[in-house]
Design a protein around this ligand. Structure first.
Ligand SMILES: [Zn+2]
Length: 294
């Protein structure tokens, strides 16, 4: 009887282990192809031309068809671009190139990431996401399709994920001597996160640029950092900083932290960036609300 019990228990253990292996310890897997044709030669040539320029100027790899294998604890799903996505992918890559060109030429050599993965229908643990940084493989994943109708969110997201990579690199290099206390202000309010009616002149919660920033200290930093690079968000941030001391301290922290990582991004860089962004008279939206960023 005891032998039967042990045998049964062992079988149960094996079944539980296999279940865990299938559900939790997954490879990043492409979603089933939709039957669409791959991008044709001409479309690929246009895309390749953009990517070749980025590689030459900044040493950045972008993967959009042949995605490097990687292991991620949890489910990461995606689909590569099909023929009907050509225009959308091209549009995204042009926008992406504009954002990448906002960085000094030395920046990406310091960031030392393996590259960007640009795909669609990106999911992380069953949750649709616009992007994430995988510090194990040093790949930044971006979804080119999900916010196709919201280029502000797409631009913001690129820098948000880049900040996560900076953060990991800075930590590795021991560059975390700054006063972290500015990021704890009102952090308990995270429990009260909610979409509030937007007041154009005030942040959704004082001390935070976005609702999502309240989810954790790292997300708060990434959200604040990304706002520097998007014209409309930069303008709103400057306005809010005037009467939000906590935001002002966070701004000083971000600039100091990033210049510690990349000395070419010192005070004159940030001034130049703000000036160049102000040349674009984009529509200034009051709302910073956005979802789907890790
Ligand atoms: Zn994030």
């Amino acid at each position: 009887m005891i032998e039967m019990f042990v045998f049964f228990k062992r079988r149960v253990s094996i079944i539980v282990f296999l279940f865990w292996l299938i559900t939790d310890c997954c490879w990043a897997v492409p979603l089933p192809e939709s039957g669409e044709k791959k991008l044709d030669l001409q479309q690929s040539e246009q895309i390749e031309a953009i990517l070749a320029e980025l590689k030459q100027n900044d040493g950045i790899e972008v993967f959009y068809q042949k995605i490097p294998d990687f292991v991620w604890r949890g489910k990461t799903l995606y689909q590569t671009a099909g023929q009907t996505d050509a225009a959308t992918l091209l549009k995204f890559l042009n926008l992406y190139k504009e954002e990448i060109e906002k960085y000094p030429s030395s920046f990406f050599a310091k960031l030392k990431i393996k590259g960007f993965v640009v795909v669609k229908k990106l999911f992380y643990k069953k949750r649709p996401v616009e992007g994430f940084f995988d510090d194990y493989t040093q790949l930044i994943f971006l979804d080119f399709l999900r916010s196709n109708d919201n280029p502000i969110a797409q631009r913001h997201n690129i820098h948000h994920e880049i900040f996560h990579a900076i953060s990991v690199r800075a930590r590795e290099a021991g560059l975390s001597a700054l006063d972290e206390s500015v990021w704890t202000t009102d952090q308990n309010n995270a429990r009260n996160r909610s979409q509030q009616p937007m007041n154009f002149f005030d942040p959704p919660h004082r001390g935070f640029m976005t609702d999502y920033a309240m989810s954790s200290r790292e997300e708060d930093k990434a959200e604040m950092y990304a706002c520097f690079f998007v014209p409309s968000q930069n303008k709103i941030m400057q306005r809010w900083i005037q009467k939000d001391d906590s935001l002002r301290k966070k701004e000083i922290y971000i600039k100091s932290f990033v210049s510690g990582f990349c000395p070419e991004m010192g005070e004159s860089y940030w001034r130049g960036l703000s000036q160049s962004l102000n040349l674009h008279h984009g529509h200034v939206r009051g709302s910073m609300a956005r979802d789907g960023t890790l």
